[in-house]
Design a protein around this ligand. Structure first.
Ligand code: NAD
Ligand code: IPM
Ligand code: MN
Length: 355
């Protein structure tokens, strides 16, 4: 198998964690006899420093020519002036739109060895196995924005088609899991949520084997803390999904271990840990690389169709947790590079050369 991966390290800890993801992908490719090429491109603050734009055309072209895109993180205090009209985060949003990746998959499991770092009691952690499907290219993130001296507007707009396609994706994923779908909205207040709820009810109705329930987002925020193991696939709009997935990530012990896959209609996807550029620890070599490494596993599975290799990489990460080879956010002393080396050594000999 041959593949080309566009790597966008970005800002802060982005380059540190994306280097870890590239290292494990290289190891998988070498072991399994695949030819995987990587090319690096700028996005975010570093791209603004180089070109004045957070998403240069050369980066867009490289991503569109790739089989998959691996991203670190964007943003940081250097580019966070509230008066600024150009921001690193705009580059990420524009990239998601250009790639048409409307479904953002954010899986969450809690490894028993990390339970001590979760804010929840161990008995509430048992059996958590969630898959968030966050709508990624619509809603308030992409609506009309307006600023006046004493007022501001962020328009939140959803079309039926935008809701349909992400709900279909969520239903398809639920079919391969426990067949339970929870749709999260704020239909008691927002018109967009009433459209969301009606569309979800209709689309999910076509999947007779899937049990659908609706939750209001405020209540869902509470339920994630009180009954997290009761849920399977959770589908929601862009902004609610952003907030709920950071909350849920904390259950697993650290924001640093949560991966994501952003998918559209084709095989090409965008893969990034859900955390940001972590300016408070950038450059210290202590960032947790697991979120980026597990994003690489999702890349193998969803863009390259290498399920066995993805499974092997996830098993290697579990083995690293089991042996307490952990970064500071999880109470350990290991550096980013040491954890990456630990994953590489647990992966040794675990991927077979394809016949
Ligand atoms: P953040 O996710 O960067 O950090 C939140 C906290 O979690 C910090 O204390 C940080 O040290 C810690 N943390 C995050 N990732 C970690 C890791 N891998 N290992 C260990 N600790 C980790 O959120 P923030 O501080 O609110 O945002 C900082 C910048 O990142 C902002 O500019 C924001 O816009 C940007 N951001 C980018 C992305 C992205 O590129 N996908 C995502 C979220 C935030
Ligand atoms: C994320 C981030 C981004 C988002 C920001 C940086 C634009 O928080 O990927 O979760 O809100 O989508
Ligand atoms: Mn976020």
């Amino acid at each position: 198998m041959r593949a080309h991966i566009a790597v966008l390290p970005g800002d802060g800890i982005g380059p540190e964690v994306s280097a870890a993801a590239v290292a494990v992908l290289r190891e998988v490719a070498t072991q399994a006899g695949h030819v995987v090429e990587f090319s690096e491109h700028h996005i975010g603050g570093i791209a603004m420093d180089e070109t004045g734009e957070p998403l240069p055309q050369a980066t867009i072209d490289a991503c569109l020519a790739s089989d998959a895109v691996l991203l670190g993180a964007v943003g940081g205090p250097k580019w966070s002036d509230p008066q600024a009209t150009v921001r690193p985060e705009q580059g990420l949003l524009a990239l998601r739109a250009k790639l048409g990746v409307y479904a953002n998959l954010r899986p969450l499991r809690v490894h028993p060895r990390l339970a001590a770092h979760s804010p929840l009691k161990p008995e509430n952690l048992a059996g958590i196995d969630l898959l968030f499907v966050r709508e990624l290219t619509g809603g308030a993130y992409f609506g009309r924005k307006q600023r006046e001296d004493d007022a501001a507007i962020d328009e939140c707009r959803y079309t039926v088609g935008e809701v349909e396609r992400v709900v279909r994706r969520a239903c398809g994923l639920a079919r391969r899991r426990r067949r339970r779908l929870t749709s999260v909205d704020k239909a008691n207040v927002l018109e967009t949520s009433r459209l969301w709820r009606a569309t979800t009810t209709r689309v999910a109705g076509e999947y007779s084997d899937i049990a659908l329930e609706h939750q209001l987002v405020d209540s869902m925020a509470m339920l994630l803390l009180t009954r997290p193991s009761a849920y399977d696939v959770i589908v929601t709009e862009n902004l609610f999904g952003d907030i709920l997935t950071d909350e849920a990530a904390a259950l697993a012990g650290s924001l640093g271990v949560s991966p994501s896959a952003s998918l559209g209609d084709g095989p090409r996807g965008l893969y990034e840990p859900i955390h940001g550029s972590a300016p408070d620890i950038a450059g210290q070599g202590v960032a947790n690389p697991i979120g980026a490494i597990l994003s690489a596993a999702l890349l193998l599975r969803h863009s390259l169709g290498l399920d066995a290799e993805a499974d092997a990489l996830e098993a290697a990460v579990d083995a690293v947790f089991e042996h307490d080879e952990l970064t500071r956010d999880l109470g350990g002393k290991a550096s980013t590079q040491q954890v990456t080396a630990a994953v590489l050594s647990r992966l040794a000999g675990k991927c077979r050369v394809a016949a």
